[in-house]
Design a protein around this ligand. Structure first.
Ligand SMILES: NC(=O)c1ccc[n+]([C@@H]2O[C@H](COP(=O)([O-])OP(=O)(O)OC[C@H]3O[C@@H](n4cnc5c(N)ncnc54)[C@H](OP(=O)(O)O)[C@@H]3O)[C@@H](O)[C@H]2O)c1
Length: 257
């Protein structure tokens, strides 16, 4: 039976732009009451106004997701205003490319803090309520990059591999508690993260298209959804490709997705 979106209270991190903003609008159009969490207040306020003008319900709270206290406080604010949290979509992310010479540890720390700890802090903020109720839905926006370490994207890929592995384990742990877990792994999406990056982005999707596919996967309560299928096939082949092939295919300009 498909997931019933109507009247569900959904908190979405990284809602100020790109995929997160599209997810918020599409879920609100399906009857969800959405709580938007990000850093840029002007964007969040405008998005709330747009959703309200379209007949939906949206509230926002500010947080840098790599700050545990901020995430917990922001999601508490959303909970107070929406009454409960039925679903978390942990979408906030950064896609900084690797800097190897000189080796920029702080870049790798930031990738892990936002992409991985941001997920952990968000789950911390919603899970007790879901466990108590015996009902809830956790969704993580990961990436096809999770499946193979690539030159220039080692840090980003590692952060998303951590997300995938964690959600995979959590899924089994929480299945006895009425809590569903979905991991969404898109390929290239045209957002600020990929904007102006001059390298091939095969089968690139528009953010509204990517969000539609994500909402459909959530409706079907997929465990993992890798898309588009063409890039998923290429990614699977990439897992068994020798390094020399990967080296030839590696882009000169580096940016993650
Ligand atoms: N674009 C792609 O090709 C692609 C492909 C695969 C996966 N993804 C994943 O999809 C997700 C969304 O990415 P996108 O493409 O929509 O990128 P985007 O347009 O750059 O949006 C990123 C969102 O994350 C928020 N964010 C970033 N750092 C944050 C922080 N420290 N605290 C709170 N919010 C933060 C941003 O809002 P604020 O700046 O207001 O905080 C923004 O709303 C990410 O997890 C990304 O890894 C993207």
């Amino acid at each position: 039976m498909p997931y019933q979106f109507d009247q569900k209270a959904v908190v979405i991190t990284g809602a100020a732009g790109g995929i997160g903003s599209e997810l918020a609008q599409q879920l609100a159009a399906k009857g969800c009451r959405v709580g938007l969490v990000s850093r840029r207040e002007d964007r969040l306020r405008t998005l709330c106004e747009q959703i309200s003008a379209a007949g939906g319900e949206a509230v926002y709270a500010l947080a840098n997701v790599d700050e545990r206290d901020q995430v917990v406080a922001a999601i508490d604010t959303v909970r107070q205003r929406l009454g409960r949290i039925d679903m978390l979509i942990s979408n906030a992310g950064v896609g900084d490319p690797d800097v190897i010479q000189p080796f920029a540890t702080e870049k790798f720390e930031r990738l892990m803090r936002v992409n991985w700890f941001g997920l952990i802090y968000s789950i911390e903020a919603v899970l007790p309520e879901m466990l108590e109720r015996g009902d809830g839905y956790l969704v993580a926006v990961s990436s096809l990059r999770a499946y193979r370490g690539l030159p220039g994207f080692a840090g980003y890929g590692a952060s998303k591999a951590a997300v995938n592995t964690f959600m995979e384990g959590l899924r089994v742990d929480l299945s006895d508690h009425g809590i569903h877990v979905t991991t969404l792994c898109p390929g290239f999406v045209q957002t600020a993260m990929t904007e102006g990056k001059d390298f091939p982005k095969p089968w690139m999707m528009q953010p509204d298209d990517a969000a539609r596919r994500m909402v459909a996967a959530i409706a079907r309560q997929r465990k993992v959804h890798n898309f588009p299928w063409q890039l998923n096939v290429m990614t699977r082949l990439g897992q068994v490709m020798p390094d020399w092939v990967i080296r030839r295919m590696a882009p000169r300009d580096r940016a993650a997705n």
